[in-house]
Design a protein around this ligand. Sequence first.
Ligand code: SF4
Length: 322
Amino acid sequence: MKDEVLIDIKDVKKHFPLSKKWFAEKKYVKAVDGVSFSIKKGETFGLVGESGCGKSTTGRLINGLIKADSGEINFKGKNLANISEKDWKKYRKPMQMVFQDPYASLSPRMKVKDILLEPLKIHYPKMPNDEKKKLITELMDKCGISEFHLEKYPHEFSGGQRQRIGIARSLILRPELIIADEPVSALDVSIQSQILNLMKDLQEEFGLTYLFISHDLSVVEHISDRVGVMYLGNLVEIARKRQIFEDPKHPYTQALLSSIPQPDPKKKRETIVLTGEIPSAANPPSGCKFHTRCPAAMEICRKIVPELKQLGREQYTACHLY
Ligand code: SF4
């Protein structure tokens, strides 16, 4: 159904303790600090930000790899934030992950056919072997890997081919949501676009919904319908892709965009150089967390946390300038 919300997360927080020693002062890294957004069925939501902004933690929270401290993670209307590990098993099938480094996530001792067989054996133990084989060969074909490769091991493939295998494995159980965490960051630029195009084709064929996590705005531009920009554990802007790339509102989004090389001189943006390092998520600045680097910072920014405000039909920004 068009506009049906598949995943809706509300005010999700995850703070990691800095020290496990009981006598140490309790300090926390506020990796995800009250994040809310939703993704519609069939949509690609790009989540961007610099390293350490909390985007990968957000993906892992949605997939249940780590548990949220608070907030709601609603998948098809069911809040998964507090369900037991046993109940989580039901949601492993419809939600799968694709990782940055497929080599690390594919067992080096298993042949490709066994890597793909494993989830089928667990979830469909009664499925006849020839049906399993048919499913695997069809899927590998759609992912651009020939049948004879099934007898090979992951180390015998290039990085791009390994990511194709990682994508095939994520699809073998016919999931609805794919959380792709930097899926092309480790690949050459020419291979990146092949993998992104493959992901688009598979999305259309299988009606997939993507949460696409990346530090690279040009990659996100290629694949996303809407984009969320994260900074130090918070979303600072959410908008449709065109709004983000043509009329970004938040000074942080504007700075990120200005650093993308622009081949068309007419579209060249004024370069905004951000001064200073990203502050520590264990000791974030008061008020707007971006105020220590923001070229437009005002007095109010040091004291008051800006709320995510709706500026247009689908554009939200957390900034006191609006
Ligand atoms: Fe900059 Fe202030 Fe807006 Fe934060 S709230 S982005 S410091 S202008």
